[in-house]
Design a protein around this ligand. Structure first.
Ligand code: GLN
Length: 453
């Protein structure tokens, strides 16, 4: 099948299901076909092409794409067209992957259901009355609904893994620094990472291979060699030491979800892994500490949207009035909540009590993991406390919404890599298994994850 044929098939599929799923903010069919044609021509000339050449993909709409608007699902950036590609976008274009569109998300990646999009909510392809998760809900739904072969998302506190879990696809948050954040619209810079959402583990390894690596334009990007991730799939789990942290199986967790995850762990034991209960005692403090650190960084990162440099502007009687009107109208309620929380936590007199304290807690969380990895090769947990919830169920209750990242947030706080893979069903909806590894050991995640395929 040619790249043009494959792209046409995907565009047809999008036409069939997109009305119901609403995974995309922007579709780029003409550009996609043009790109596909170029791939077919290169192939005809006998050029050697990457495995991703001619493969239709989707991107979360906080990844900058030259000449294609990048909205972050915010009114603030509704008509903003970046003059450059993000590092990962450039890598994938060079590999010949075909961009079919930009995916819906929670505004500026703040949320867990994609209902915080200023445009429209995305729906879960497994049950259209349910959310796809968030904030990369559009990316997860697009892959689950067959509207793209893979997608990229971003994960600050679970935004790749939780929607992957809700939509029954594979989602990976790489180690902080493994993938360049150049051209990713910043939410909380010390937590953000870009990663793949795919149909299976092999695809996930292939996409990470294409986007990982050092980039001098991101000062936090790690200058380390990128291993051969496909090679990791050839090993089994025999003899691996797997820790099961009990804090992820207690109160707040849905009983059916826990039982499906336990069955997956039994399967690992059957295959010869050594699974044992362990403890990460500071787990319960991760969520509250995250909701200080992330809003603090967000309040600083979002200061740039003042109506001057980017997209949206409402006129005012003077410049301060213009700033205020622009920000009042340009940002939605969750974004404003975060800016207020973050500004408060960083203000003189409260900085030590909140922000600094949260940073100390963050160190304790990282230490818990460091100690666990002295004993275990990987840790396994549920990805989310519940299966996909109904649209509207949590919009009025921010704390209930925040709880859906209970199991994913500690990983971001510690900068670790983690993957979510489908491991069964509860109430007829997909359940995700989260596998966590030490920094830069994505290979072992693929190795363990692949045993479930
Ligand atoms: N739900 C979390 C939040 O709203 C995670 C967001 C993310 O990972 N981008 O902050």
């Amino acid at each position: 099948i040619s790249a043009v044929e494959l792209t046409r098939e995907i565009l047809k599929r999008i036409e069939q299901v997109e009305d119901k799923v609403k995974a995309f903010v922007t579709l780029t069919p003409e550009k996609a076909l043009e790109q596909a044609k170029a791939v077919d021509e290169a192939r005809a000339r006998g050029e050697s092409l990457s495995v991703l050449a001619g493969i239709p993909m989707a991107l979360k709409d906080n990844l900058c794409t030259e000449g294609i608007r990048t909205t972050c699902s915010s009114k603030m950036l509704e008509n903003w067209v970046p003059p450059y590609d993000a590092f990962v976008v450039r890598k994938l274009r060079e590999a010949g992957a075909i961009l079919v569109g930009k995916c819906n998300m929670d505004e500026f990646a703040m949320g867990s259901s994609t209902e915080n999009s200023r445009f429209f909510p995305t729906r879960n392809p497994w049950d259209l009355d349910r959310v796809p998760g968030g904030s990369s809900g559009g990316s997860a739904a697009a892959v689950a609904a067959g509207e793209a072969f893979f997608a990229l998302g971003s994960d600050t506190g679970g935004s790749i893994r939780q929607p992957a879990s809700f939509c029954g696809v594979v989602g990976l948050k790489p180690t902080y620094g493994r993938v360049s954040r150049y051209g990713l619209v910043a939410f909380a810079s010390s937590l953000d990472q870009i990663g793949p959402l795919t149909r299976d583990v092999t695809d996930c390894a292939l996409v990470l291979q294409a986007i990982a690596g050092h980039d001098p334009l991101d000062s936090t990007s790690a200058d380390l060699p990128v291993p051969d991730y496909l090679a990791a799939l050839r090993q089994d789990v025999r003899g691996l030491k797997i820790g099961v942290p009990r804090e992820y199986f207690g109160p707040g967790m849905d009983r059916e979800v826990v039982s499906v995850v336990r069955q997956a762990i039994d399967r690992l034991s059957d295959l010869g892994a050594f699974c044992e209960e362990t403890s990460l005692p500071h787990t319960e403090y991760a969520l509250p500490a995250y909701y200080l650190v992330a809003p603090a960084e967000a309040s600083s990162n979002l200061a740039r949207y003042d109506g001057v440099a980017y997209g949206f502007r409402l006129p005012g009687k003077d410049v301060v009035d213009m700033y205020m009107k622009t920000r009042r109208e340009g940002f939605g309620p969750e974004v404003k909540r975060r800016i207020m929380l973050g500004t408060y936590a960083l203000s003189a007199g409260y900085y030590d009590a909140y922000y600094l304290k949260a940073l100390k807690v963050r160190s304790l969380i990282r230490r818990d993991f460091d100690q666990a990895f002295e004993k275990y090769d990987v840790l396994v947990t549920p990805t989310s406390p519940t299966v996909a919830f109904r649209l509207g169920e949590r919009v009025g209750d921010p704390l209930a919404m925040y709880m859906s990242d209970l199991c994913t947030i500690p990983v971001n706080m510690a900068g670790l890599p983690a993957i979510s893979i489908p491991c069964g069903f509860a109430q007829g909806l997909p359940v995700g298994l989260q596998i966590i590894a030490k920094p830069f050991d994505e290979e072992i995640l693929f190795r363990v994850a692949y045993t479930f395929e």
